[in-house]
Write a protein of this length. Structure first.
Length: 125
């Protein structure tokens, strides 16, 4: 249980640091609700989409696209190493992490915070 809590907390803090870094880089730490909301949304929108792709199992499609590109651009080498997609897939599939449910939850929480800050900003105009 402690390991799970540590994993969630560490992920939460890393995403927070990336968000603060983006906020500082793009908005120079100007404390306006729309700037903070935009920073949270940009970082966590990307995180949410990537973790959703991994969680849904669409990685097979991405591995297939990678194989197609390799087969098109490096035909001879790819055919020698992986004559069939199944061989390529069997080698690459273990490198893709699919247990990203915790990342979906954390980035979803951040997106909810970004939405609430945006609503507050719009209501105060």
């Amino acid at each position: 249980m402690k390991k799970i809590i540590f994993k969630y907390l560490l992920t939460f803090l890393v995403i927070l640091l990336i968000t603060v870094g983006f906020w500082g880089l793009v908005y120079s730490f100007d404390t306006r609700l729309d700037y903070i909301s935009n920073s949270i949304f940009v970082v966590n929108g990307i995180t949410f989409v990537v973790s959703l792709i991994l969680f849904s199992g669409a990685t097979r499609f991405m591995i297939g696209v990678g194989y197609a590109f390799k087969r098109f651009f490096f035909t001879k080498k790819t055919i020698e190493e992986y004559p069939y997609f199944k061989e390529y897939y069997d080698e690459k599939k273990d490198g893709y992490v699919k247990n990203t449910g915790f990342l979906l939850i954390i980035s979803g929480f951040y997106l909810l915070v970004a939405l609430l800050l945006a609503i507050l900003f719009i209501n105060n105009l």
